[in-house]
Design a binder for this molecule. Structure first.
Ligand SMILES: Nc1ncnc2c1ncn2[C@@H]1O[C@H](COP(=O)(O)OP(=O)(O)OP(=O)(O)O)[C@@H](O)[C@H]1O
Length: 297
């Protein structure tokens, strides 16, 4: 039985599209990234899944139960982080955690305080005085404190600095190792590929691709830019190489393939400097996954 399954789930805002015919499932113990650009339909899908919005058609199931019919009992077994967190701000962080712990039958405050400590959250401060990133951390602690069977996180990393992001990913891995299933949305493929088993790509309200990370790692795409002060650069074309931009003094291309082959082919090229980067999601999917689709992501 899947932990999470979407069956042609559709949400329209009047005539405007939220998301359409979303169908996929998430299995126990998986970490699945849900990625797409602004307005793709990530939050609409998550909010419909959790019954904050009513589906126009189709359905979603959580632990095999219809997520709209059973939303009250299901919410106790789920940790949810909304994309925008709003709190009753007159409390300190610790007071808020104590208040939230009262909703659960087991002691969740101890775990909440451990999470807060790991995320370097000052629990003596009033929530209203916290920065955006620190409020996000409060939201993360609230979602994870009761050690739920399923975590649904909408843009959890926005506002976290790289060090905090890596601590947060450690916390997610630890939760996964204890059996939690994790579904989280992000704009960034590079970010989620460090952590996920699979990614589901949503574009303009529809699923554009579902890929296992094993497959994607095999096919790691790099963006290579060569610079030369004087000469025009000529690079022998290789399978998996797509030229993007060429000027008198630089050229850049995407490359999906064996890195050693690339190094050998660059050996004869007289460049002065080279940068190798992870390309953006848009670049990867435009060129390698949706080559017939000129709109990209
Ligand atoms: N309350 C609303 N009324 C009308 N249209 C809406 C509403 N909320 C979202 N939309 C539209 O639904 C589509 C999907 O939006 P959604 O917020 O789900 O995307 P998203 O992938 O979460 O984007 P972001 O990364 O910017 O949060 C967009 O076209 C958006 O304009």
């Amino acid at each position: 039985m899947s932990i999470l399954s979407f069956h042609e789930l559709t949400k329209m805002y009047g005539k405007a599209r939220g998301m359409e015919n979303i169908t996929f499932s998430v299995e126990k113990g998986e970490i699945v990234g849900f990625i797409g650009p602004n307005g793709a339909g990530k939050s609409t899908t998550i909010r419909t899944l959790l019954n904050f919005l009513h589906a126009t058609s189709g359905k979603a199931e959580i632990f095999g139960l219809d997520s709209a019919q059973h939303h009250v009992e299901l919410k106790k077994r789920i940790g949810y982080l909304p994309s925008e967190v709003h709190f009753y701000e007159d409390l300190t962080v610790k007071e808020m955690l104590k208040f939230s712990a009262g909703f659960y039958s087991h002691d969740s405050l101890t775990h909440a305080l451990t999470l807060a400590d790991r995320l370097k959250l000052d629990t003596t401060r009033k929530v209203e005085d916290l920065s955006f990133g620190n409020k996000k951390k409060v939201g993360i602690v609230l979602a994870m404190m009761h050690e739920p069977e399923l975590l649904v996180l909408d843009e959890p990393t926005s506002g976290l600095d790289p060090l905090m992001q890596s601590t947060f990913f450690e916390l997610l891995k630890e939760a996964r190792d204890k059996g939690t299933t994790i579904f989280f949305s992000s704009h960034y493929l590079n970010e989620v590929q460090k952590l996920c088993n699979r990614v589901v790509i949503i574009k303009e309200g529809k699923i554009a691709a579902i890929e296992s990370m094993d497959n994607m790692r095999k096919d790691t795409v790099k963006k290579v830019t060569l610079h030369s002060h004087e000469k025009e650069l000529h690079v022998q074309s290789l399978p998996g190489m797509i030229e993007q931009h060429k000027s008198d003094t630089s050229m850049s291309f995407l490359y999906k393939g064996n890195v050693k082959d690339l190094m050998l082919s660059l050996h004869e090229v007289e460049f002065d400097d080279i940068t190798v980067e992870d390309p953006s999601l848009e670049e990867v999917f435009m060129h390698y996954y949706k080559e017939d689709d000129s709109n990209g992501l």
